[in-house]
Design a protein around this ligand. Structure first.
Ligand SMILES: Cc1cc2nc3c(=O)[nH]c(=O)nc-3n(C[C@H](O)[C@H](O)[C@H](O)COP(=O)(O)OP(=O)(O)OC[C@H]3O[C@@H](n4cnc5c(N)ncnc54)[C@H](O)[C@@H]3O)c2cc1C
Length: 414
């Protein structure tokens, strides 16, 4: 019984733009009740949009998700939903201003994953991931995550709070578990949310899961079927992690607008932005277009099949749409190495420039120095473009979300 509630009702997560737009449309009638209902973790998750994989990979844009409910409701009625949509942009911008937080996370994770003295911790984390912990409801969430690639936001908070403050496991191992399995796995939203639960993101603020809160927001039958160990959530104690030095803000300098050679330019579509036909790239006249599948990285990061299947569909969809929009055939690379794929394609078409949307901080961004160097050795220039609305919002994430939200009203109105 215990997993039946979540076994079927979670429908597929849109992996094409058409499906994502339909899913957004179907959610609009619920958007008016979102502020009241969103924290309840219900079978099928009908009170939230489940659009996160599509938004994360930009099958649809945040601006589209923000505009859609305004066609039916007053801004004040759907403000909560629109704010949540912009939490992702806030996190992305916050991290892009402090890239060191991402590299520190990767370094700390590498130690936890490889240091022989961490063997017992790794084994305990593996048992928790496999749903073999002493708390049945957390095992239920692990299984849901692995089976569906999704967890409701409240379940993510409970799980992370339990992992860090009750199981006392390193937050970086939990963040890695989520980042691998979530279809919406997002370096910024995930890393910074785990840091927030751990009390590192907003000093003095941590998140503790409490039995009374689970009882309020989960259906009774789910808790009844998963009651073992719930008493451990009655009086949880915060684990206080050492205070970190405040992360310095690094404002990324944008290179000057390049001069483009339309006759020998190619467009590269990657998984960080799957909507090139609605981007500054749309005004180019490319000689060739390549959509890449970064399967070497997906394998290195141990993405499960459910996630790679979603990504393959989404990249194929982006390739088809771009092909229609630009009127040329889009090649979908089957080369697992990104460098080889770009290099072979650029050589074959005698490209001098490759234009792409700028990847945000994360695994693709981490490869850029290497890519730039390899391509420029062959005389090929790699040029990145930004959406004007992203550029306008990027510098605003210097403080907390609500200060960002206040400041962003201006660029959005403008
Ligand atoms: C520990 C932890 C880890 C998380 N890891 C990720 C992650 O890897 N990727 C990810 O996309 N989100 C992450 N989130 C944020 C949030 O849980 C998901 O974005 C949300 O649950 C997605 O479901 P939905 O599309 O049904 O959201 P809805 O409630 O329908 O919200 C609409 C959209 O708003 C955005 N959004 C909503 N809540 C948040 C939030 N708290 N932070 C940032 N954006 C939000 C998403 O784009 C979402 O699709 C994490 C949260 C926690 C607590």
């Amino acid at each position: 019984m215990q997993d039946e509630l979540f076994a079927h009702p979670t429908p597929g997560f849109a992996a094409t733009r058409k499906d994502a737009l339909q899913q957004l449309d179907a959610f609009i009638p619920f958007a008016g009740r979102y502020a009241r209902d969103r924290n309840h973790v219900l079978p099928g998750h009908t009170n939230v949009s489940k659009l996160s994989p599509a938004i994360r990979h930009r099958l649809i844009l945040e601006s589209e998700c923000a505009a859609a409910p305004l066609r039916r409701y007053a801004a004040s009625t759907v403000e909560k939903f629109i704010q949540e949509v912009y939490w992702r942009r806030y996190w992305k911008n916050w991290l892009s201003l402090r890239p060191q937080v991402w590299t520190d996370y990767l370094d700390e994770l590498a130690v936890l994953q490889n240091d022989p003295s961490m063997e017992a911790t790794r084994a305990r984390a593996a048992r928790c991931e496999a749903g073999q912990s002493p708390i049945a409801i957390m095992n239920h969430f692990s299984r849901e995550l692995i089976a569906t690639g999704y967890l409701h936001n409240h379940a993510r908070m409970w799980f992370a709070g339990w992992w860090i403050h009750i199981e006392r496991l390193p937050w970086q191992l939990g963040a890695d578990f989520f980042l691998r399995h979530l279809l919406d796995g997002d370096p910024a939203s995930n890393t910074l949310s785990w840091r927030w639960v751990a009390g590192l993101q907003t000093p003095g603020k941590t998140y503790l899961p409490r039995r009374s809160n689970l009882e309020k927001y989960l259906p009774g039958e789910v808790l009844e079927a998963n009651h073992e160990g719930l008493e451990q959530l009655e009086h949880p104690q915060v684990l206080i992690l050492p205070t970190e030095a405040r992360s310095a803000i690094t404002r990324p300098s944008l290179p000057p607008t390049p001069s483009l050679h339309d006759g020998c330019i190619g467009i590269w579509i990657h998984e960080e932005d799957l909507l090139v036909e609605q981007s500054p790239l749309a005004s180019l006249h490319p000689k060739a277009i390549l959509a890449t599948r970064d399967t070497a990285t997906w394998t290195r990061l141990r993405y499960p099949e459910i996630r790679t299947t979603w990504l393959l569909s989404a990249v194929d969809d982006a390739a088809k749409r771009a092909s229609n929009a630009f009127g040329i055939e889009v090649e979908v690379s089957s080369d697992s190495s990104l460098i080889k794929a770009l290099f072979h394609w650029a050589s074959e078409h005698q490209l001098q420039q490759i234009a792409a949307m700028r990847p945000e901080i994360g695994p693709l961004h981490d490869q850029l120095d290497h890519l730039h160097a390899a391509l420029s050795n062959a005389g090929i220039e790699l040029i990145f473009f930004d959406r004007p609305e992203d550029l306008a919002l990027r510098p605003l994430a210097t403080g907390g979300f609500f200060s960002f939200w206040e400041k962003m009203q201006k660029p959005l109105e403008g």
